[in-house]
Design a protein around this ligand. Structure first.
Ligand SMILES: Cc1ncc(COP(=O)(O)O)c(C=O)c1O
Length: 268
């Protein structure tokens, strides 16, 4: 049995609640207390560090503010997001590959998000969020931390809507992705050995200068934006049984779950 076939047979993963409600399986981002709770059979729910609550990042639509309960986007938000991004991003094609079907022993549909500008699904979220910033937030400019694709997404959207953007990346960030971000007009700031160090520096700069901080996952408009990928996929192929998405912080997976549960609850 190959990995794809065993994934089909595996029971669904029980979601864990991280932060103020965001689903995440990126366990290296959990605090000790969350691991302890899970080990004891509970949920990984925990309070966001108080420093974060002081960040100048109130969500303009008040769907999510640090320190407040997360309001998870609904499929209605996904439909609104699709309308919002449509003038800026093309619908991506779904292709079939008979050799891939034969290899995996299933009918496989590949959603080609690499056809999007910046070459990744993340740009859907960046465009949905930045396009809805208030005039005051646009004037302040945005800042985010990224190792690459999220930063490119924010740089692309910021350029499109004339918003100054700063992206904090780890010192050894991929030079090609850094060049892409600067090419789109963003100011790239190198800081620290890894993503978490870059993120902390980013949050400090946001506090000091009042930039609109765009979290790479805890952003309802970002999640609703990336969920449009699954919405399009299920419009093309409503009967899909299993959707496989890449996972890191969890925004793409959260979006896929929101759209899939609403359209085809039997899918996994
Ligand atoms: C191509 C690709 N796959 C997976 C991920 C992880 O996404 P998430 O952090 O939303 O889980 C990213 C994030 O940048 C990405 O660009």
């Amino acid at each position: 049995m190959n990995p794809f076939q065993s994934a089909l047979l595996r029971p669904p993963i029980t979601p864990l609640v991280y932060g103020n409600g965001l689903l995440s399986h990126q366990t290296d981002r959990w605090p000790e207390s969350a691991h302890r709770r899970v080990a004891a059979g509970g949920e990984a729910q925990h309070e966001r560090p108080s420093a974060c609550r002081a960040l100048p990042n109130p969500c303009s639509r008040s769907l999510l503010c640090y320190g407040e309960p997360l309001q998870i986007p609904t499929v209605r938000d996904v439909l609104l997001a699709r309308r919002q991004i449509a003038p800026h991003l093309p619908r991506t094609p779904v292709h079939r590959y008979p050799a891939l079907d034969a290899l995996l022993g299933a009918r496989v549909y590949v959603k080609h998000e690499n056809y999007l500008p910046v070459g990744a699904f993340k740009v859907r979220g960046g465009v949905n969020l930045v396009s809805q910033l208030s005039a005051e937030e646009r004037a302040r400019g945005v800042i985010t931390a990224s190792t690459g694709n999220h930063g490119q997404s924010v740089a692309f959207a910021a350029q499109r809507f004339g918003v100054p953007a700063r992206i904090v990346v780890p010192e050894r960030a991929n030079p090609g992705k850094v060049a892409a971000m600067t090419g789109m007009g963003a100011e790239v700031i190198h800081h620290g050995p890894d993503f978490d160090a870059a993120r902390r520096h980013c949050e400090q700069l946001a506090r000091e200068h009042g930039y609109r901080y765009i979290h790479s996952g805890d952003e309802p408009l970002l999640i609703a934006g990336v969920a449009t990928e699954t919405l399009e996929l299920l419009e093309d192929e409503p009967g899909i049984e299993l959707i496989i998405v890449p996972l890191r912080g969890g925004s793409g997976a959260a979006g896929a779950c929101i759209a899939a549960r609403a359209i085809n609850p039997a899918s996994r």
